[in-house]
Design a protein around this ligand. Structure first.
Ligand code: TXA
Ligand code: MG
Length: 361
C-alpha cells in the first residue's frame, strides 16, 4: 500500500497527527518527517528491526551509518561520554549549546542503547537535534530517539518537499508528514569529535566558519580538518558516505567552475547549444546569468537564486535538480557558486552530483 500523506502545520504541529505518527514509530514502522534541512526517513533508533527497514526501503548499503535524531537533553545511552577526551567533551558542549537544535550532526562515541546496525558497526554515532517543530514534536511524542537518513532512494538527491519523498519512497513506507518545503535545503554539517583535531565529514547547513568561531569563543582549539570530500568507489573511503556519486539527479551533470562570469556564461551557452542539437539540456544557473542564457533551443533553465544570496541558492538547489529530471533533460550544465559560508555545501553537492565531470575555466 502506498504511503499515507498527512499535512501537518510546520509551526504548530497538530497533536493528534503527531501522536498517530509517534505510535507508528514506536511500533517499528517508518515515518518520513520534515527537518529544517531536508526530509528524514525515521525509525525507532533503539529498535534494530525497525532500523533494518530503513536500509531496505532506501536500497542503502549496510555500511553507511544513520544519524540519530534527539531532543535535548540527550537520552541516556545514546552517547558514551566517558570515551571522549576532556577537550573533545568541552568542544561538544560548546557546539551543542550553539547548534543543537540546528543543522549540525556531531559524531561521538556510541552509547550502549544504540544497536550496531544504526552506526554500521562503528564505535561512533552521529547525533543531531533538529530545530523543526514537527521533528521535535515527533521525537518527543515517540519517547525514543529517531534514526533517520535523508528520505530519498540511496544516492539520489535529498528531498526538500513531501512530494520528493513520495516520488522516491511511496511504496516502501507507512506515512509521510507533509509540512511543505524545508527551510535550509541542504543536509546538516557533520563534525567528527572522536578524532583530534575534529574532522568535518560533510559541509552542510552550519558553515565551517561558524563551527570554528564557536570553538574559538569557548577558548577551545579551533582547528578543523576538512576531510577530502570526493572519493571514487575504487578508493578507500576516508569516512562512510563519502562516495563521489551521491546527491545525484538522473541526468548526467557537468559542473562549470570559473572566477570569470563572462567566460563561464560563454562556455555554458556554447555547450548548451552544442548538446541541444541531439538531446534535451538543463541549465542550472544564478539569477545574474539568466539574461545571458535565456531562449536557448531544447534547453530548460533552472535559476536557483542570486550569487549574493547563497542561503537562497541552498534552499532551491535540490528541487531544481529534481525539476530538471522531471522535465526529462539528458544532460545538466551547472554553474558553480562561491565556496563561502553555506556555499561550501552547495559546491560539495554539485561536485558530487557531477561525479567527477568538472570543467575548470
Ligand atoms: O540534515 C541531515 O543530516 C539529514 C536530516 C534528515 O537529518 N540527514 C541526512 O542523513 O542527511 P544521511 O543518512 O542521508 O546522511 C548522513 C551521513 C551519511 O553519509 C553517513 O555516512 C554519515 O552521515 N554518518 C552517520 N553516522 C556516522 C558516523 N558514526 N561516523 C561517520 N559518518 C557518519
Ligand atoms: Mg542522504
Amino acid at each position: 500500500m502506498p504511503a499515507q500523506v498527512l499535512k501537518v502545520s510546520p509551526e504548530r504541529p497538530e497533536p493528534a497527527l503527531i501522536a498517530y505518527a509517534a505510535e507508528l514509530i514506536r511500533s517499528g514502522q517508518l515515518v518520513a518527517f520534515p527537518t529544517e534541512t531536508v526530509y528524514g526517513l525515521g525509525a525507532n533508533a533503539f529498535d534494530e528491526t525497525a532500523v533494518a527497514r530503513i536500509f531496505t526501503a532506501k536500497g542503502r548499503p549496510s555500511t553507511d551509518p544513520v544519524i540519530v535524531h534527539c531532543v535535548t537533553p540527550l537520552p541516556e545511552g545514546v552517547v558514551d561520554w566517558s570515551e571522549l577526551s576532556e577537550t573533545a567533551r568541552r568542544s561538544a558542549q560548546a557546539l551543542m549549546s550553539a547548534h543543537m537544535p540546528g543543522a549540525l550532526t556531531l559524531v561521538l562515541p556510541r552509547g550502549k542503547r544504540i544497536p550496531p546496525i544504526v552506526t554500521a558497526g562503528l564505535p561512533s554515532v552521529g547525533v543531531r537535534v533538529p530545530a523543526h517543530p514537527v521533528a521535535q514534536a515527533l521525537i518527543t511524542a515517540a519517547g525514543v530517539p529517531i534514526a533517520a537518513p535523508s528520505a530519498n532512494r540511496f544516492s539520489h538527491t535529498s528531498p526538500t518537499t513531501a512530494e520528493h519523498v513520495h516520488a522516491d519512497l511511496a511504496e516502501q513506507i507507512a506515512l509521510i508528514l507533509d509540512s511543505g518545503e524545508t527551510d535550509i535545503g541542504v543536509e546538516s554539517s557533520i563534525l567528527d569529535l572522536c578524532s583530534t583535531p575534529p574532522r568535518l565529514l560533510r559541509h552542510g547547513g552550519v558553515p565551517l566558519e561558524a563551527l570554528r568561531a564557536c570553538l574559538a569563543a569557548a577558548g577551545l582549539p579551533d582547528t578543523i580538518e576538512v576531510v577530502k570530500r570526493y572519493a571514487t568507489q575504487a578508493e578507500a573511503l576516508p569516512a562512510p558516505g563519502m562516495l563521489l556519486k551521491h546527491y545525484a539527479p538522473r541526468a548526467t551533470l557537468t559542473l562549470y567552475e570559473s572566477d570569470d562570469d563572462t567566460l563561464l556564461r560563454a562556455a555554458l551557452h556554447a555547450e548548451a547549444r552544442r548538446l541541444a542539437v541531439t538531446k534535451r539540456v538543463g541549465l542550472l544557473i544564478a539569477a545574474e546569468d539568466a539574461p545571458f542564457l535565456d531562449n536557448l533551443p531544447n534547453t530548460c533553465v533552472e535559476v536557483v537564486g542570486s550569487l549574493h544570496d547563497l542561503v537562497g541558492v541552498a534552499h532551491n538547489l535540490f528541487a531544481a535538480l529534481r525539476n530538471l529530471d522531471a522535465r526529462k533533460v539528458a544532460h545538466i550544465l551547472a554553474r558553480s557558486f562561491p565556496e563561502v559560508g553555506i556555499g561550501a555545501a552547495i559546491h560539495d553537492r554539485l561536485l558530487r552530483a557531477a561525479a567527477g565531470r568538472v570543467v575548470r575555466l
